[in-house]
Design a binder for this molecule. Structure first.
Ligand SMILES: [Zn+2]
Length: 81
């Protein structure tokens, strides 16, 4: 089930802290009101689903993904990282 983030349309919600996340089925209707305080809310576009927000790959990310990272140490020579 995807995770959705909501924030109040105006003001702050003392009960849910102003922002809250909920797990909802994909085909469930969007929440229009905070289930806790009943204030109107709107969905926040999740960072998880935004490809442009992907952080640049680092060596450790590459290693975790199973890549062997080679560092060039000289002409035609590479060192295993
Ligand atoms: Zn609330």
């Amino acid at each position: 089930m995807p995770l959705y983030e909501y924030e109040p349309c105006d003001g702050k919600c003392a009960i849910c802290g102003g922002r809250f996340t909920v797990h909802r089925p994909v085909n469930a209707p969007e929440l229009t009101h905070c289930p806790v305080c009943k204030k109107p809310v709107r969905k926040v576009v999740s960072l998880f689903n935004t490809p442009t927000k992907l952080k640049p790959l680092s060596i450790s990310d590459a290693k975790r993904a199973g890549f062997t990272v080679l560092k060039r140490i000289g002409k035609g020579e590479y060192e295993r990282q």
